[in-house]
Design a protein around this ligand. Structure first.
Ligand code: ZN
Length: 331
């Protein structure tokens, strides 16, 4: 979820003087990427889609999680010092930050390419409120280390969703020969903090990085959107060199996502482009490699939740992201 957490604060994109022009420019530059969605929508309709039947059942029980309601996580969110990041895991070849051996696609088209996948939040965050609420410096300001993330009305947590999609995406990218690293794999009690999530991509010298999320907006708000880093140069943050390549990465991912899932771009942010530029996210502000976030849908909307809880749909979501990343990396 994005608008309720540490790395996600109330959407003010609307007001950002940066956003509109950039979005428009982007839309103008990459119409091709999103064109597919209009066509698809016309043919099959943007909603419904993956039967969430089976998955739903399983998902319905994880109630422990962020029992949150919209604003739930915002408050339950973060605050931790990262300089001291408690995450021993990420620094080194930690368990999560372990590079998966490109066993299968060693000779694929992405051989030699490194992709860092950041599964948003962590299933254990809700048990570590004080730790994730500590503040970390994200260049422009201080914000919570991490947040719990949102959940479906039935209680299936975003953190489970992000890990599942991350695993699917990792498999697809490895099949193409890429070396893939996850920022966390449910192998640590909480976190990592947002600054550390960025650092992992930087230290891996990732050719592309993607942070996976699902939103926690109001019912009726539907669709996906890709968040692009805006230009920030403040403190430790300097995104100037990654703004352009990240925009290209994001456009390609949005295009792939639309084509494969058939989902429509967000109907509540991005003006129908599926692209939003933000300068308040630590995970983007502190990145020195091309990076974007993707909000795959709105967990608080029944129709979107039906998709998000469907394994078949999640596979399509991962496939769409993979196609966009492959396209970006192959130029
Ligand atoms: Zn999230």
């Amino acid at each position: 979820m994005s608008y309720t957490g540490p790395d996600f604060e109330p959407p003010q994109p609307r007001r950002s003087p940066l956003r509109r022009p950039l979005t428009v420019a982007i839309a103008a530059l990459v119409p091709g990427a999103l064109l597919g969605w209009g066509v698809y929508a016309a043919v099959s309709g943007p909603d419904d889609g993956g039967g969430g039947g089976a998955d739903r059942a399983s998902g319905a029980r994880t109630s422990a999680a962020p029992s949150s309601d919209g604003p739930a996580s915002p408050s339950a969110a973060p605050k931790a010092p990262t300089g001291t990041s408690p995450s021993p895991s990420t620094r080194k070849p930690s368990p999560s930050a372990s590079k998966s051996a490109p066993a299968r696609g060693a000779n694929g088209p992405l051989e030699g390419k490194v992709v860092v996948i950041d599964p948003g939040h962590n299933p254990g965050n809700f048990r570590h409120a004080s730790e994730i609420n500590r503040k970390v410096n994200v260049g422009t300001h201080w914000k919570e280390c991490d947040t719990t993330g949102t959940a479906t009305d039935a209680g299936w947590p975003e953190a489970k969703f992000t890990l599942d999609v991350a695993h699917r995406l990792r498999t697809l990218l490895e099949e193409q020969g890429a070396t893939v690293e996850l920022t966390q794999d449910d192998d640590r009690p909480y976190g990592p903090c947002v600054d550390e999530r960025a650092r992992i991509g930087n230290e891996a010298k990732a050719d592309a990085a993607i942070s996976i999320h699902a939103d926690g907006s109001g019912a009726g708000n539907r669709g996906f959107h890709v968040i692009l880093p805006g230009s920030v140069h403040d403190g430790e943050a300097d995104t100037r060199a990654i703004v352009a390549p990240s925009a290209e990465l994001g456009q390609r991912i949005a295009g792939g996502f639309v084509r494969v899932t058939g989902s429509a771009p967000s109907n509540y942010v991005g003006g129908g482009t599926g692209l939003v530029t933000r300068t308040d996210l630590g995970g983007l502000n502190l990145s020195t490699v091309p990076k974007v976030f993707i909000e795959c849908g709105n967990m608080r909307d029944g129709k979107d939740a039906a998709l998000l809880t469907s394994g078949d749909w999640r596979q399509k979501a991962a496939q769409g992201m993979s196609e966009g990343i492959v396209s970006f990396l192959r130029g």
